[in-house]
Design a protein around this ligand. Sequence first.
Ligand code: B12
Length: 497
Amino acid sequence: MKGVPIRILLVYPEFLYTFWSFKHALKFIKKKAAAPPLGLLTVAAMLPSVWEKRLVDLNVTSLTDEDLKWADYVFVSAMVVQRESAHLVIRRCKCAGVKVVAGGPLFTMEHEQFPDVDYFVLNEAEATLVPFLRDLEQGQAGRVYASTEFPDIHQTPVPLWRLANLKQYDTVSIQFSRGCPFNCDFCNVTALLGYRPRTKIAAQIIAELDSLYALGWRKSILFVDDNFIDNKKHIKSKVLPALIEWRKGKTGLAFNTEVSSNLADDPVLLRLMVESGFDTVFVGNETPNEESLAECGKNQNKGRNLVESVKQLQHAGLQVQGGFIVVFDNDPPSVFQQQIDFIQKSGIVTAMVGLLQAPLGTHLYERMQQEGRLVNEFSGDNVNGSTNIIPKMGLDQLREGYRKILSQIYAPKFYYERVLTFLREYKPPKIRVHLEPQYILALGRSIYQLGIRGVERVQYWRLFFWTLFRRPRLFSLAITLAILGFHFRQAIELHVN
Ligand code: B12
């Protein structure tokens, strides 16, 4: 492209030691980060193929002066939890005289907070990148490119995985759909991505999987959809059969995604998901309190026995991770104990319990604004005990209750009890395991760190031998969960003490 620089440095800022960073657990398998930045790798694939591209994910490597000297433009993407690191990256670019192009959820939500960014390419790149590149080529790029369009994703290219050093990651994310038809008032996904779920076609997903497979990827794959089962007809008739076919003869590559609790109502869909290689799903349970479900518009969870739904998924072969929220206006003081009982009974080992927060663009944000109940900045990390709203329940009572939930459910006694509840229920799917030497080393490290040095050593050995003798097929899963428990405890320690 004449006159336009062509060396693009894609930079992904650093995550803090959050609940979902998995940083304390990743050390056991000597990995640096959970997953490579899918947004940036997708954008990279949309840039002209003749442009040179490099990725610097600050979660796995550092940004050097040479990198900045090399680059004509730095493309930065971030979530709200990467805010501080994003500011630092942008300042370094400014000092080095490199122009910055910023996109992704953090900037889409609050681009005004970043005066040093040269160009904002906001919302979905499928809608905003082409006009930006056209203007850039003509030497007349504006500062902000935004769109209210929710573009078709049939043309979205296969992400440029080769830019990432995949050896540094434990999982890789891919995306099948965007948007969500539900109306939960605290969630900003519909503001970001709309109500009408837009899906890729089966052939696109297969092409993405093929490209990962060709790069030697054999570990787990996270489908980052907000609700994978939105378009049930399409996935039952086209996508899952294609995945089942694709998987034949392959080892490893377990799939993980997010679904709504009504998956439990559709045994055919459930069977197909397990057959196609899903072994874990995240479900937004939120609360066992019916009035609170009604308050936040989470109608898909109303009138159902949520614990029973979780058990159905576990029996079918899915590990269920869950999201839980306190405190809605309708939550009684007993909600904290109710949540603990709910989580323990369900055997949801990875339980993300957050304080209710109101992200910009949500119905909840509007309501809180009207009621004069907005305070603080939205931290984005919903497991750090902070909130940007004034709850109806007194703050002291709330903090104490929240502290009680987290300190109990992640205390070794409760955590390991939950692991056992889950393993007793769980019928593992038939994914052929892909053994890596790192897993054996991780076992050794877990024996030392958790079984010898850890406060959880009694529970660790009980789980170790119980699984070895009663459910040997679940042994590696049991050790993984023990390691995750160690991470969760470290990650939440700051917020409960
Ligand atoms: C997958 C995911 C995760 C994974 C991340 C794995 C990984 N490293 O990839 C996990 C589960 C770890 C995670 C965790 C969290 N997440 Co998250 N996550 C998502 C999810 C579901 C998908 C993100 C994704 O990969 N999308 C697919 C790619 C292709 O889309 P994209 O990144 O948006 O990129 C597109 C555009 O934004 C744009 N773009 C992106 N970057 C750039 C850069 C440039 C230069 C340009 C031009 C364009 C551009 O182009 C792309 C193509 O259109 C989104 C919700 C969603 N549906 O987007 C939430 C989301 C990103 N997460 C969010 C949050 C808040 C979190 C947590 C903080 C939650 C928590 N409990 O604490 C944690 C923190 C993470 C951490 N490590 O500490 C928020 C971010 C809000 C915000 N404004 O920043 C979102 C939007 C969910 C929400 N409802 O609000 N998350």
